[in-house]
Design a protein around this ligand. Sequence first.
Ligand code: BDR
Ligand code: CA
Length: 313
Amino acid sequence: MARTRVVIDTDPGVDDAVAILLAVASPELDVVGITTVNGNVAVDLTTTNARRLLELARASHVPIAAGAAVPLGGPVEHAAQVHGNDGLGDLSWEEPSISIDSRDAVDLISDLADEGPLTLIAIGPLTNLAELVRRRPETVAKLERVVIMGGASFMGNVTAVAEFNVWADPEAAAVVAAQEWPVTWLPLDVTHQVWLDDHDIDVFGSWGTELGDRLAGMLRPYANFYESVTGVRHTIMHDALAIYEVIAPGAISSDVAGVNVECGGDFARGMTIFDRRGVDRQSNHRVGASVDRARFTALLHERLARLNDFLRD
Ligand code: BDR
Ligand code: CA
């Protein structure tokens, strides 16, 4: 089976953590790089978290490059109330020994694209992608595919209309939306269809391993957060869904769409406008619509259990 070469641009983040672990545990993927960005917490912390997670998964061979510390436009925004002050639920970790690549995020992505077909999976604010467009337009043309967790149609999660990854840097998201590269956007409308509940978390906690303890330890406060805002302890697997899109092509239905991002406005800054009317049939952008939660959850469990077994050996 040919494995898909992927680089993950990320701001870990509890759901980013699940996404990264799912990716390294999946034989369909060859994770060839991780790049980090300011987002859920500051970039020095998201980079530390990426190092923690790769070390946890015994995937220290994957290069990690740090990216943008500040958005292209607007103030620095974080989501520590969702993910904890350290971004991973405030557990205690040893200082990771895995080092940071000497290249920055844009240079690493660019080098990886020169080495072979590459899919870029972006699960944080889009600052690094916008920088890639500015600094390395030739790489943009080389990328096989881009998958983005970001945006919302029905309802935002930071404002009534804005989703966090777009809201944290709307100017960058607008640059990304304006490019004619093959992008699949996975907005909240589809990511809210996949979640874990307390039973799933208890399964991880029952393994009696470091992986299981860390998964359960991160996901419990994440569930507390969701309960406080929605009344339900469903932990939404936003970022893992972007990995699933590459692991299981076609499992998420999608539509061709023109994509615009609102950067101004009194009420709508950070809003994504996905035009699904079909007037923009030439668009290379697609937007995810629906997914089967049971199938997603089964695969996630199977892969995390497989990683757990591998780490036990
Ligand atoms: C997105 O925002 C972040 O907090 C999550 O990690 C995810 O990437 C969901 O809106
Ligand atoms: Ca994220």
